[in-house]
Design a protein. Structure first.
Length: 253
C-alpha cells in the first residue's frame, strides 16, 4: 500500500513540475518577441528623419551679385546716332561720324563706349524722335535754331529702372557753347537726386563752356564730379586719356 501511495505522489510531482516548466518557457518568450518588434520598426523611421535635414540645408544658397550687374550708367547724346544718315554712309568722309564695334556713332559715342568698356557701366543712347539732317553742318545750324528758340526735342525713350544706378556718366557734344537741346529734354524728365553725375564733352575746342553749372542747376540734388573734355579730332585715340581720368576718380575697371 505504501508503495502505491509513493508512486502516486511521485507522478503528481512530475506533472506539477512539467506544468511549471512550460509556463516559464512561455513567459520567457514574450519579451523576446516584443523587443524584436521594437527594434525592427523604430530604427527605420529615425534615420529617415535625420537624413532629410542635411538635404534641406544643402539646398540653401547665399545670394550673390551677378557678374553683369552694375550701378553705373553712361547716358550720352551723339550726332550720328541721331542723324538721318543714308545706308552705306562713309564714316571717313566726316570727322563727326565714327565706327565703333562695327556700329556708326559720333565722337561722343566713341568716348561713351570707352567709358563703358573700362568701368563695366551700361550704355544708354539719348535719341530724339525727329532725326537731324545727314549733313553735320545742317545739324549744327538746326541745333542753333533749337537753342535760340529754347525748344525741347521729344525723346524716343528714357532709361528703365534709373533708381538702380548710383553713378551717371553724362556725355554730349558742345553745340554753340551749350549742350544739345535734347540734353535739356533728358535732364528735365529724369530725377538724378542723390546720384553722382560725371560729365564728359567733345568739342572743337570750347570744352564744357558753361554746361557744368547748367547741369548743377538742373540736377541740384545730385553731386557733379570732375568732367572730361576732349577735342573731336582726338576722340578715336583717347582710350588712355579716358582710363587715366577714370582712374583719378576711382572708376577704373
Amino acid at each position: 500500500m505504501k508503495r502505491i501511495l509513493a508512486f502516486l505522489l511521485a507522478g503528481m510531482m512530475a506533472v506539477s513540475l512539467a506544468a511549471c516548466g512550460e509556463s516559464d518557457n512561455q513567459e520567457n518568450s514574450q519579451p523576446s518577441s516584443a523587443s524584436s518588434l521594437s527594434q525592427s520598426s523604430e530604427p527605420e523611421q529615425a534615420p529617415s528623419s535625420e537624413q532629410s535635414q542635411p538635404t534641406s540645408s544643402a539646398t540653401e544658397e547665399t545670394p550673390e551679385e551677378s557678374g553683369n550687374s552694375t550701378n553705373m550708367l553712361v547716358a550720352y547724346f551723339s550726332y550720328a546716332e541721331n542723324a538721318d544718315l543714308p545706308d552705306g554712309v562713309d564714316a571717313s568722309a566726316t570727322a563727326s561720324i565714327q565706327t565703333w564695334n562695327n556700329t556708326l556713332t559720333g565722337n561722343t559715342g566713341v568716348i561713351a563706349n570707352m567709358i563703358a568698356e573700362s568701368t563695366g557701366a551700361e550704355l544708354f543712347s539719348i535719341q530724339t524722335v525727329e532725326k537731324y539732317p545727314a549733313s553735320y553742318d545742317e545739324t549744327v545750324d538746326q541745333g542753333q535754331q533749337e537753342r535760340n528758340a529754347d525748344v525741347r526735342p521729344e525723346l524716343t525713350t528714357l532709361p528703365e529702372n534709373l533708381d538702380a544706378y548710383d553713378v551717371i556718366f553724362l556725355g554730349f557734344p558742345n553745340w554753340w557753347g551749350d549742350m544739345p537741346m535734347a540734353m535739356y529734354s533728358f535732364l528735365e524728365q529724369v530725377d538724378l537726386s542723390g546720384k553722382t553725375i560725371v560729365p564728359f564733352v567733345t568739342s572743337g575746342g570750347s570744352g564744357f563752356s558753361s554746361t557744368i553749372s547748367t547741369i548743377e542747376d538742373m540736377e541740384s540734388g545730385a553731386t557733379v564730379q570732375e568732367g572730361l573734355s576732349l577735342r573731336d579730332s582726338s576722340a578715336a585715340g583717347a582710350q588712355q586719356q579716358v582710363n587715366e581720368w577714370l582712374s583719378g576718380l576711382g572708376y577704373a575697371g
